[in-house]
Design a protein around this ligand. Structure first.
Ligand code: SF4
Length: 1009
């Protein structure tokens, strides 16, 4: 940290302290003298507080305050995307307050029955007869404050083009016409030579490489980055990427929680999907959360915190939070019901493998459940799920690694007579089996999936596991015993803590604990979520199908969704008699999308070089650990990607390196249909529609420039399929125009409104109460006779099932139907493309390592880098809104958090300016000592230390916009990230199986500056 910044921080603290005292004494003197100070209070009790938006009369009827309108919307303050109510001053069109939407399960529990009249919903959240205590609906601290982003002076309101070199932070505003012409037609756009435009790239016939047509057409050389799906991802993927013809769309999952999702996908026999299993917080009796902290952060942040608090105080929940840091999850008030179990960063896998070992060796697993071998047996047993634990995995010969099957039916040993039979004909199969079987004249050496898992767990002793993770053996045993003491009413949760090199196996092992007690689909157990009403392809329209839509083909730029063995490179090397391993670089057959690999691929031209990138609200430069060393490449259009177009309401750390920036809407100005990630049990869709006029420049048709309107205008300009007249398919056989964002989103709303039993029509009174008067003409134009049903949903912020649908007796209302994989046949039969070795099909302990299996510790001195740095999230900062000035009033900066005993050993004191150094890089910050940090860990809060969104000084149109220190203050842990030594040192460190970015458990040392 530069000295003046340090002094600024320290100076600010001192001034704040004096200010607090001075302010207090003045207030006290005013109180004593009853004197007026400054502006006279509007109200003797409520001071200058805003007037309430409603008052409730003595009959309990809500009377709206004509000064305001209250609109339902969705908060984008974090990835939870809660339904909120936005209070807007009618005269100024300014947001003055945000509160929860009481119909929405992410903001309320219980939430209001869907058909509750809108007027009554205000009464039910008021003090009238204390109803608000039962129906309280909230936005969190962050959600209450982030609307200052709407008026942020650093907002991009016009299209911008870079001036000078890429990354020099100099911009000039350009017209919409110039923007379209240049990005589509290309040319010598920057005086640096010719740049291909999007029209030249949109070639869906000519192969990128004539010698390898399976790589796909030139259109694949456009990549599109998005972020977490806030309700518009279907639009950009289905209506643009697949109209353009590129397979290369990437959300942010690979720098967020991909290892968790991939591990869960393997567990659910659904590799390639992005599941998000969550506990049933309400009915659970024992909860084990590992590397996540449900009362502090995570998703759904607000809802799970509320449910956890209620379950531990009003119900029977006990829980243990495993992590390198004590968080808000542990509550002294609930006594022994909550406990923090400290662990070394990145070693959860050792703890869980130790638990699995103890559970199976002490017969604490549910053997009867695990012996159910098929759907038929599951139904006969009255169970809501089953596993492949009893299925037999071939151990040698050609079929090694495959499950022995007759057609699609696995073969198992019948527990009753010991005979080999089809699983569909067996009620209870032998669980633990290692031996030879005969089938159709062939002999096979086989082991059951359960046996393979048990043997993997037994590869290390409990003492060894304890040494790896730093958790005492007795704690491992106690945890395993407790977890297996609650029948099906025990659950597990994990999330961002698994983002290290063994995150996939860590998650797979954590989920396996659930399989051992059979908790999936059970009340109090684990849930795959409540689902949603059909939105983009539904009762009235198929919004994702249109004439001319392209089925993308070829290799993805991230080398995901394809095995190396399914590439020409592999086949050519085999045909030439060469050892095909190692491949030129990694391939990731089980990953859906790896944003973190795309820049690397283009730099290495493997599998091919990209020609253009559209980055929509993405921030991979801030969020990807270790990417710092790629910045020089990124600054060079020829070495990285020749054309980068950002769609972004702000110039963030990533859009700084764009060539053009196109504005987007912010928060409540946007459209969207978004469902909760998980942590809910009943169907829910949240609607977001512009409840405020957007301040950006407009297209000729009057639409403000946003991602949606830009894509539509670009599609029309380029003549792409799916835009303009007749581009939307109605279920009635009619075609409708795709000219404006409302043409798409209002029809998605209509699908939701009509799904199953259609919702009622809205009354005129509710239109007035919801402030929807201005929408009526548009609704009539787009939704015809269904317009009142669409408005009914909009007034309630979306559509929600009633809470009574959550359970069906002891089972959840929405259940997962596919089997659980105790052995993942898919993973177990694929190979690491660098080593050629097969992956383990069962959870197994691995140390932190490079992709070729070389332990990380082999490339640096473990004595020197003896600590491990990890990031954590607080309840205040999120990357999406960390640069909000209002948020920085709550959290001005972030620190290097260290255990006092560790600091003592290092000769450091609280408040020291320190350097945190990894083998790759160093960052500086202020030291904060906390007892609640593991002695071998360094904790750094995620979200601060910004270099975008107003943190740095920019020039726009010759005018200087000075960066603000409050936005820059603090640290970004991702600057410490490592590169993968086994991959030319160009790629960033990644999970060894699925390639998710490794940002946790970074080896570091700390010293005073
Ligand atoms: S939890 Fe996230 S989405 Fe919900 S109100 Fe808070 S910031 Fe907004």
């Amino acid at each position: 940290m530069e000295k003046n910044r340090r002094q600024f921080l320290l100076g600010t603290a001192a001034v704040a302290g004096l200010g607090a005292v001075a302010g207090y004494s003045e207030t006290l003197s005013s109180v004593v003298t009853l004197g007026d100070k400054g502006e006279r209070m509007a109200d003797p009790v409520y001071g200058q507080a805003e007037e309430p938006e409603f008052t409730i009369d003595s009959d309990g009827k809500a009377q709206p305050n004509p000064r305001y309108r209250v609109a339902a919307s969705v908060c984008n303050g974090c990835t939870t995307h809660c339904g909120v109510r936005v209070k807007i001053d009618r005269e100024t069109n300014q947001v003055v307050r945000v509160s929860g939407n009481p119909y929405n399960l992410l903001s309320s529990d219980p939430w209001l029955p869907y058909q509750t009249p809108l007027g009554e919903s205000f009464t039910r959240t008021s003090g009238f007869q204390e109803q608000g205590n039962a129906n309280r609906s909230t936005a969190c601290a962050r959600g209450n404050m982030v609307f200052d982003k709407l008026n942020d002076p650093f907002r991009v309101l016009r299209p911008l083009k870079r001036v000078g070199k890429r990354g020099e932070d100099k911009w000039e505003p350009i017209s919409v016409e110039q923007l379209m012409r240049e990005i589509v037609e290309g040319g010598d756009l920057f005086g640096e030579g010719h740049v291909d435009g999007l029209r030249a790239l949109r070639d869906i016939e000519t192969p990128i490489d004539a010698g390898n047509p399976e790589m796909g057409p030139k259109a694949n050389q456009l990549a599109i980055f998005g972020t977490g799906d806030e309700g518009r991802q279907a639009f950009i993927v289905q209506r643009f990427a697949q109209s353009f013809g590129t397979p290369n769309f990437f959300g942010h999952t690979s720098i967020c929680g991909l290892s968790m999702r991939a591990g869960e996908a393997a567990f659910l026999s659904g590799l390639g999907a992005d599941p998000h299993l969550k506990p049933d917080f309400e009915e659970c009796e024992f909860l084990l959360t590992i590397g996540t902290s449900p009362a502090q952060a995570g998703n759904p942040f607000k809802r799970q915190a509320k449910l956890l608090a209620r379950a531990r105080s009003d119900k029977n929940l006990k829980y243990v939070v495993v992590g390198p840091m004590l968080t808000n999850c542990d509550s002294i008030a609930c006594g022994e019901r909550s406990r923090w179990l400290p662990i070394k960063p990145g070693e959860d896998l050792a703890l869980v493998m130790g638990m699995i070992r103890w559970i199976v060796e002490n017969d604490r697993h549910n053997a009867h459940y695990l012996g159910i071998p098929s759907q038929q047996a599951m139904q006969a047993a009255g169970e809501p799920s089953f596993t492949n634990a009893s299925h037999l995995v071939v151990q040698s010969g050609e079929r090694q690694g495959h499950i022995l099957k007759d057609g699609d039916d696995a073969l198992v040993i019948d527990e009753r007579d010991g005979a080999l039979k089809k699983a569909s004909e067996v009620l209870q199969a032998r669980l633990d089996f290692d031996g030879e079987v005969q089938w159709q004249g062939h002999r096979y050496q086989v082991k059951s999936a359960f046996t393979l898992m048990k043997e993997a767990a037994q590869e290390h002793t409990l003492e060894e596991y304890s040494r790896f993770c730093g958790v005492p053996v007795h704690d491992i045993i106690d945890l395993a015993r407790e977890f297996t003491s609650h029948g099906r009413k025990a659950a597990i949760d994990c999330h961002g803590g698994t983002m290290h090199t063994t995150g996939y196996y860590t998650t797979y092992a954590i989920m396996m604990l659930g399989a051992l007690i059979g908790n999936l689909n059970y009340r109090g157990g684990m849930s795959v979520g409540g689902g949603k009403f059909r939105d983009f392809n539904g009762a009235a329209y198929n919004l994702v199908g249109y004439a001319g839509k392209v089925q993308p083909r070829g290799y993805r730029a991230d080398r995901a969704r394809r095995a190396y063995e399914n590439t020409k490179e592999y086949r050519d090397r085999v045909a030439a008699g060469q050892n095909p391993y190692p491949a030129r670089d990694t391939w990731y057959p089980f990953a859906r999308a790896l944003e973190s690999e795309v820049i690397v691929s283009s730099i290495k031209e493997y599998p091919y070089k990209l020609k253009a990138l559209i980055s929509w609200n993405a921030n991979f430069i801030y969020g990807q650990s270790g990417i710092e060393h790629l910045l020089d490449n990124l600054k060079d259009p020829q070495r990285s990607i020749p054309l980068i177009i950002a769609i972004d309401p702000f110039i963030n750390e990533s859009s700084r390196y764009a060539d053009y920036i196109i504005p987007d809407a912010v928060l409540y100005e946007t459209w969207g249909v978004v469902r909760p990630w998980n942590g809910y049990l009943t169907r829910a869709n949240n609607f977001r529609y512009p409840v405020l006029p957007a301040p950006q420049e407009r297209f000729a048709n009057g639409e403000p420039i946003t991602m949606d309107s830009f894509v539509i205008e670009l599609g029309k300009y380029m003549g792409l399929p799916g835009f303009g007249p007749g581009a939307i398919n109605g279920a009635d056989g009619k075609k409708y125009a795709m000219d404006r964002p409302e043409d798409f989103y209002l029809r998605a709303f209509e699908n939701v409104a009509l799904d199953g039993q259609p919702v009622p029509d809205i009354s005129d009174e509710e239109i007035r109460l919801a402030g929807l008067e201005g929408y009526v003409d548009t609704l009539k134009r787009v939704n015809g006779e269904n317009w009142r049903k669409v408005a009914y949903c909009m007034a309630r912020g979306g559509r929600y099932d009633g809470k009574e649908r959550a359970y069906n007796g002891a089972v959840l209302g929405q259940t997962y139907k596919q089997p659980i994989s105790v052995y993942s046949e898919q993973v177990g039969n694929h190979r690491n493309s660098l080593t050629g070795e097969k992956f383990s099909g069962v959870p197994r302990y691995f140390p932190q390592s490079y992709t070729d299996g070389t332990p990380l510790s082999s490339s640096f001195d473990p004595q020197k880098f003896s600590l491990r740095a990890f990031s954590y999230k607080s309840s205040v900062l999120s990357q999406a809104v960390a640069a909000s000035d209002a948020i920085t009033q709550l959290r001005y900066t972030t620190y290097v958090d260290l255990n006092p005993a560790t600091a003592r050993k290092l000769g450091l004191q609280h408040g020291d300016e320190v350097e945190v150094q990894s083998p790759a890089a160093a960052i500086r910050g202020l030291l904060r000592l906390r007892q609640g940090v593991h002695p071998e860990a360094v904790a750094i809060e995620h979200g601060a230390g910004r270099e975008g969104e107003g943190a740095i000084t920019l020039t726009v149109g010759g005018q200087t916009l000075k960066g603000r220190i409050n936005r820059k203050s603090g640290l970004n842990i991702n600057k410490l990230g490592l590169t993968d030594q086994s991959r030319d040192g160009v790629a960033t460190l990644a999970d060894i199986v699925v390639g998710s970015n490794a940002r946790q458990a970074i080896p570091v040392r700390v010293s005073r500056v």
